[in-house]
Design a protein around this ligand. Structure first.
Ligand code: SAH
Length: 261
């Protein structure tokens, strides 16, 4: 806690800290320092026990977890708690899986802090797609094959149109799908309807970098069944790739999506 010249509590500060994909040794040194100097840590469901162990034992720990799609803790309540704790003079670490700036609602928390005049910083983390690609031994980009990588979500806000993944999958693109395990069946339908071949390669990595990591290499045609058989569940990244060598005009059902696996 910070104290002013009169001994009263000064306004604290907030760090949105990226916890990485799960393995504690994939934390940044800056993130580790924040965990060791925090007064209070607000953490999510995906934070691994081995990362939680690195928090200073004197720090207060508060679970503010959310299930995918359904909020146990509404975002606004998290924002209010985080701000109130910082206003009481505490150094608040808001610990988020992966990188706070990737599907982490960091912007909403930043706005809440800015409104309250509380200093806030982001400590970046290794995002799940990077960890999953490393586990597969595969690059997110590949010279001459995929020159752009897209991080997309398979989940949308209630009432929004489901994400159109087929449109993202232009030649030369890799797509890393977050929060998409529940849409495996819909994804197959979408890709086949868009003309991608059933034998197009798909890789899935669940719980990348943790002791329960699972990997799956399959095809679009078999995706939902193969995920079920392999016991793949949340959290997972689904990778799709469309090779670059064919130009848009030359795209046919035969050539689309035949990226090397
Ligand atoms: N900010 C996080 C993403 C949070 S959204 C990041 O940068 O990684 C939650 C989604 O992240 C999960 O549904 C899953 O798609 C992905 N995810 C998080 N941790 C993961 C892990 N260890 N392995 C695979 N996917 C993971």
């Amino acid at each position: 806690m910070n104290f002013g010249p009169e001994g009263g509590a000064e306004t604290g500060r907030i760090s949105l800290v990226g916890a990485g994909p799960g393995a504690a040794d994939l934390l940044t040194i800056r993130a580790l320092r924040a965990l060791q100097s925090a007064d209070v840590v607000l953490y999510d469901r995906l934070i691994s026990p081995e990362v939680l162990e690195l928090i200073d034992p004197r720090a207060e720990r508060l679970f503010v977890g959310k299930e995918v799609g359904a909020c146990a803790w509404p975002q606004q309540a998290i924002n209010q708690l985080m701000v109130a704790l910082a206003q009481s003079g505490k150094y608040v670490v808001r610990l988020k899986s992966g990188d706070p700036n990737v599907f982490g609602r960091a912007d909403e928390e930043r706005v809440a802090a800015d409104h309250a005049g509380i200093p806030i910083e982001v400590i970046p983390g290794i995002t799940a797609a990077s960890a999953a690609a490393a586990s597969l031994g595969q690059s997110l980009t590949s010279r001459g094959v995929s020159d752009r990588v897209i991080f997309a979500t398979g989940t949308c806000r209630e009432g929004d149109a489901p994400p159109d993944i087929a449109t993202l999958l232009q030649p030369g693109s890799s797509v890393a799908l977050y929060m998409a395990t529940k849409m495996a069946g819909a994804l197959r339908e979408q890709l086949l309807a868009a003309g991608f071949p059933a034998q197009m390669a798909v890789e899935v990595v669940a719980s990348a970098s943790t002791p329960s990591e699972r990997q799956l290499r399959t095809t679009v045609g078999c995706l939902p069944e193969a995920m079920k058989d392999a016991g793949i569940s949340h959290p997972a990244i689904i990778f799709l790739r469309a090779a670059k060598e064919v130009s848009g005009a030359e795209l046919t059902t035969e050539t689309r999506g035949l990226a090397p696996v």
